[in-house]
Unconditional design. Structure first.
Length: 495
């Protein structure tokens, strides 16, 4: 049975690379990612089972709870035990809204595998495909979880045959995208099949789920699930088929460990020499090798300051270690080393490679930065630039309600762009306006609320304008223009 362990026990397992799973949950908005993660937290003893499915524990920001959507990525390390073997699950819950796609892209750089979650009723939506393609681009192996199974029975009144046809259509949509956008080396390996357990089904809200091997092992049939609902026996389903068991069984058996995934991923995300000392250390995940960390997220804590979160690809990071930032070209000392447990950080002495770490004391750290041991600052090669699927397309002009707050506004906008590189803050040199650009209206709305809530700067904002640029496509003219007195004529050709 799975059970919760203290941080010290999780840290011991972090040295066993075969028992580590760095995974994320990706999906279209409102398909049930955070609701599903509640069941995983309940399994670990971090949430009361009765609250799973309703608490949305990883949506701990006030704005997330109010809106019912995920706005930021949330990290947590869990321990899962199966057949006497213990596994560390480093989990990242990601946003589903298109405006926060950049946060998902950055999170994928830290992962080896992911769970693509799809609403059984809505099926594949635009962001479902975008998220899956982003995972394939980063060489992150996906598996499939089809959520809201209960809606097919309770709302659409489908019988077992109709349910099976609908679920099969979703599986085929998944495999078509993998076949179309996956690289040849893994196209066949990464297609999913319900029979082998790479697809899970269930209801995150009702806290039950299954894979077909799990169903067979427990002596149940697909038709039995439909009958349980028709007879109102949902609580029996929760006991027979707990959701966390289906999801984590799929994760440990079908998503790769860092030992398996990292050598394959390095070919796409790192352009250095794999035969170099650093390259060899990353290929075999050498705890004693040169330190190499890719920063994937930066937040500014009111008390702790700037916190850099990233994936350790080689070496071990310890409190007090000297480190070097390749992009910033600056040296630092790791003041504090920790792992995330939702909104809380657990301070530790050291974390080995293959895991996700949070570091304090690195003011110049930014998403995409490469951190190395100082001895390798001249020879080390940084990671590939993170490729975003969205760009800032809407712009607003902001000004403080009180002129005396202008310096604080400038400082706050700078901090916003540090935490979210998909926000762009500039000064219009012609008008002197302070402009903030984002991926959409919600993106900008959340940024304005952060200015007021996090930095206590009240601002007024203009209506959003669409960012566009005009350019000349082909030669035109000549055109004639006359001076005001009509005595001079000028001819122009535009190229």
């Amino acid at each position: 049975m799975p059970r919760f362990r203290q941080t010290e026990d999780i840290l011991k397992l972090m040295h066993n690379k075969e028992r580590i799973r760095n995974i994320g949950i990706i999906a279209h908005i409102d398909h049930g990612k955070t609701t599903m993660s509640d069941s995983l937290l309940a399994m670990a003893g971090l949430l009361a089972p009765s609250r799973a499915g309703e608490a949305r524990a990883l949506d701990y920001l006030e704005e997330e709870q109010r809106r019912g959507i995920t706005i930021k990525t949330a990290n947590i390390s869990l321990l899962y035990e199966e057949d006497g073997k213990e596994y560390v699950i480093n989990l990242i819950d990601t946003p589903g809204h298109v405006d926060f796609s950049g946060k998902v892209t950055r999170a994928l750089r830290a992962l080896d595998g992911c769970i693509l979650l799809v609403d059984a009723v809505e099926e594949f939506q635009i962001m479902t495909e975008v998220r899956l393609r982003a995972a394939l681009e980063e060489r992150v192996k996906p598996v499939l979880y089809i959520n809201k199974f209960d809606r097919l029975i309770k709302e659409l009144k489908m019988d077992a045959d109709a349910v099976m046809k609908k679920l099969l259509r979703i599986i085929n949509q998944f495999n078509t995208i993998v076949q179309t956008y996956g690289i040849d080396e893994v196209k066949e390996k990464w297609t999913v099949n319900a029979a082998n357990g790479t697809v899970a089904f269930g209801s995150a809200l009702d806290r039950w789920g299954f894979t077909l091997p799990m169903l067979k092992r427990k002596g149940l049939k697909f038709n039995d699930i439909v009958e349980f609902y028709r007879e109102g026996k949902v609580e029996e389903l929760q006991k027979l088929l707990p959701l966390h068991e289906a999801i984590l069984e799929m994760v440990v058996h079908h998503l790769p460990s860092p030992l398996e995934a990292q050598p394959f991923r390095l070919q796409a995300i790192w352009r250095g020499d794999l035969n170099s000392e650093i390259g060899k250390a990353m290929l075999k995940l050498d705890d004693d090798g040169p330190l190499v960390i890719c920063v994937t997220n930066v937040i500014i804590d009111p008390q702790a300051g700037i916190i850099n979160t990233g994936r350790i690809f080689s070496g071990t990071i310890r409190k007090g270690d000297d480190i070097y930032l390749l992009m910033a070209n600056r040296s630092y000392k790791a003041q504090q080393v920790s792992i995330y447990m939702g909104q809380f950080r657990e301070v530790v002495d050291a974390i080995p490679c293959g895991n996700i770490v949070a570091l304090l004391g690195i003011d110049a750290g930014r998403a995409g930065e490469t951190i190395v041991s100082p001895a390798y600052k001249d020879s080390a090669v940084g990671f590939e630039q993170i490729k975003y699927f969205t760009e800032p397309v809407l712009t607003i002009a902001v000004e403080p309600k009180r002129p005396m707050d202008l310096p604080r506004l400038i400082d706050a906008m700078t901090k916003l762009t540090i935490q979210d590189p998909n926000l762009v803050a500039v000064i219009n040199q012609e008008t002197g306006e302070y402009l903030l650009s984002g991926a959409g209206e919600l993106h900008l709305e959340i940024a304005l609320k952060d200015l007021a809530r996090e930095y206590n700067v009240e601002v007024t904002a203009s209506e959003p304008t669409v960012v566009y640029r005009e350019s000349i496509r082909e030669e035109a003219g000549p055109f004639m223009g006359k001076s005001p007195n009509k005595h001079n004529k000028l001819w122009f050709t535009v190229k």
